[in-house]
Design a protein around this ligand. Structure first.
Ligand code: MF3
Ligand code: CO
Ligand code: CO
Length: 273
């Protein structure tokens, strides 16, 4: 399928879907604490999304049984919410995709349950910076490979690995559209970015090796070596000026802010693309 370019009014519709996605993540974050089950987090998100006249895209998507994905510790992605209680020291990715007026918004964040280990904190922060470095590579005239290359470079620099089996994706009327947005690659390769394109960037980084396997439930993806895994995701619009993070929110700005992407290696890297 060709890559769809979103018109100004379609961009507005996507802004609305993406805003609801961010607001859902803002809301559910306040419920993440020791003792809560991932099933309870699922129900909170489901009800919140439904109340806004939207629907959670994962529910029944290719047979997925729940409304959000909750991926704890060594789970890389597509964790199925259930009766498992979160405990202090866990890290959890919550991935929310909504459909509002026919348009999708998709984002995920990492949350700490109680106090994280130093390793967990470092992996989570490294992954968030990797996402934002990828986002900073988005502008007209840049290439898809620029995004993957900065993410891969930064992960390597920090001694963590990039999962290759799953990637970011175009998004709009459908959940997953072209193009595929790899989180590894080479600068100046792949298609050229054009204003009106909308896609996600959603790197999964492992503290150990990059290899993954899917559990017998057919969904839950875990690291083969049982190492911790982290993921952050935003939906990005390519604009004339560069990009707009459609799933950004004032709340994320206030609580997390933009990560510090300013160290020397990164500036060097950016001068190269
Ligand atoms: N939200 C995920 C993504 O970022 C996809 C989840 S598919 C599901 O692309 F079926 F597991 F929900
Ligand atoms: Co996605
Ligand atoms: Co997602």
């Amino acid at each position: 399928m060709p890559i769809s370019l979103k018109s100004p009014s379609e961009q507005d519709a996507m802004r609305r879907a993406c805003r609801l996605t961010a607001e859902t993540l803002n809301m559910v974050g306040q419920a993440v604490q020791p003792g809560v089950t991932t099933g309870e987090l699922n129900d909170l998100c489901h009800d919140y999304i439904a109340k806004q006249g939207a629907r959670p895209a994962p529910l029944h998507y290719r047979g997925f049984p729940k409304s959000i994905c909750t991926s704890v510790n060594q789970v890389v992605c597509h964790g199925i919410p259930g009766p498992k209680k979160l405990k202090s020291g866990d890290i959890v990715n919550i991935d929310v995709t909504v459909v509002l007026d026919g348009w999708h918004g998709d984002a995920s964040r990492m949350y700490f349950v109680g106090e994280p280990s130093i390793l967990a904190k470092r992996l989570v922060e490294t992954t968030r910076i990797a996402l934002f470095l990828g986002i900073q590579a988005v502008a007209p005239g840049r290439h898809l490979g620029d995004i993957g290359s900065v993410i891969e470079y930064y992960a390597n620099e920090n001694g963590v690995s990039v999962v290759r089996e799953y990637c970011g994706h175009g998004i709009g009327h459908t959940f997953h559209e072209d193009p595929q947005v790899l989180h590894y690659g080479s600068p100046d390769t792949g298609i050229e970015l054009v204003p009106g394109m909308v896609f996600t960037i959603e790197p999964m980084l492992n503290a150990g090796k990059r290899f993954v396997k899917t559990l017998p439930d057919g969904w839950t993806v875990v690291t083969r070596d049982h190492s911790l895994s982290a993921q952050w995701e935003h939906t990005i619009l390519v604009t004339e000026a560069g990009h707009e993070i459609l799933t950004w929110s004032d709340y994320e700005q206030a609580i997390l802010g933009l990560p510090d992407c300013s160290d020397h290696a990164i500036r060097l890297l950016h001068s190269n693309i």
